[in-house]
Design a protein around this ligand. Structure first.
Ligand code: GTP
Length: 185
C-alpha cells in the first residue's frame, strides 16, 4: 500500500502558555539574535522565507497574548496552527502545571484528531540549576500529539533556534503515530 502524505507548503508555529513565561521574548530573540530588554505584549506575526529556514519551507511564527486577545481569537489561532509550542517557565510551577490542566486539553478540544503536533518548551533555564524535563515524561505519555520537549532561554539564546527547528520538523517529519490504534483508523 502506498501512503500519500500532503506536501506542506508552509508551517504555522503558534506559541501559547501562561502570562510572562517568555513567549514574546522567545520570538524576538530568534529574530534579532539578542534578548529584548523591553518586550511588547504581543509580537507581530513573523514570516520567515523558505531560503533561511533549515527545512526550506516558509514559516510563520505567531504570538499569543491574553491581554490583547480574546478566548475566541486564541481558539481561532489554535485551529489555524500547524504546530503549537506550549511554553512554560522552568522557575514557575504553576505555568508547568497548567500545561496539562489547561493548555493541552484546550488544544485537544480544537484538534480532536490529534493531528496538530505540540512541542513543550521550558523557558528561562538561565534562572535555575535544575532540569524540568523528567517531569514532562508523564505528560507525554498521556498526549501522543506531543512530538518533543526542549528547555531553553530567551535571555542567553540557549536552544532558541533549536526550539523553532524542532517545531518546524514536527510538522514536516512527524515521528508520532500516523494512525490511532485505539480508534482503529
Ligand atoms: P505575556 O505577554 O504576558 O503573555 O508574556 P510572555 O509570555 O510573552 O512573556 P514576555 O516575553 O513578555 O516575558 C515576560 C518577562 O520574562 C519579561 O520580563 C522578560 O524579560 C522575561 N524573560 C523572558 N524570557 C526570559 C528568559 O529566558 N530568562 C529570563 N531570566 N527572563 C526572561
Amino acid at each position: 500500500m502506498v501512503v500519500k502524505l500532503p506536501i506542506k507548503r508552509n508551517v504555522r508555529i503558534l506559541l501559547v502558555g501562561d502570562r510572562s513565561v517568555g513567549k514574546t521574548s522567545l520570538i524576538l530573540s530568534l529574530v534579532s539574535e539578542e534578548f529584548p530588554e523591553n518586550v511588547p505584549a504581543k509580537a507581530e506575526e513573523i514570516t520567515i522565507p523558505a531560503d533561511v529556514t533549515p527545512e526550506q519551507v516558509p514559516t510563520n511564527i505567531v504570538d499569543y497574548s491574553a491581554v490583547e486577545q480574546t478566548d475566541e481569537q486564541l481558539i481561532e489561532q489554535i485551529k489555524r496552527a500547524s504546530v503549537i509550542c506550549v511554553v512554560y517557565a522552568v522557575d514557575n510551577d504553576e505555568s508547568f502545571d497548567r500545561i496539562s490542566s489547561y493548555w493541552l486539553p484546550l488544544i485537544r478540544q480544537n484538534h480532536p484528531d490529534g493531528t496538530c503536533p505540540v512541542v513543550l518548551v521550558g523557558n528561562k533555564i538561565d534562572l535555575v540549576d535544575y532540569s524540568t524535563i523528567d517531569g514532562l515524561y508523564a505528560i507525554m505519555e498521556d498526549y501522543a500529539e506531543i512530538e518533543t520537549c526542549i528547555e531553553c532561554s530567551a535571555k542567553t539564546l540557549k536552544n532558541i533556534s533549536e526550539m523553532f527547528y524542532y517545531a518546524q520538523k514536527s510538522v514536516l517529519h512527524p515521528i508520532g503515530p500516523l494512525y490511532s490504534a485505539e480508534k482503529g483508523d
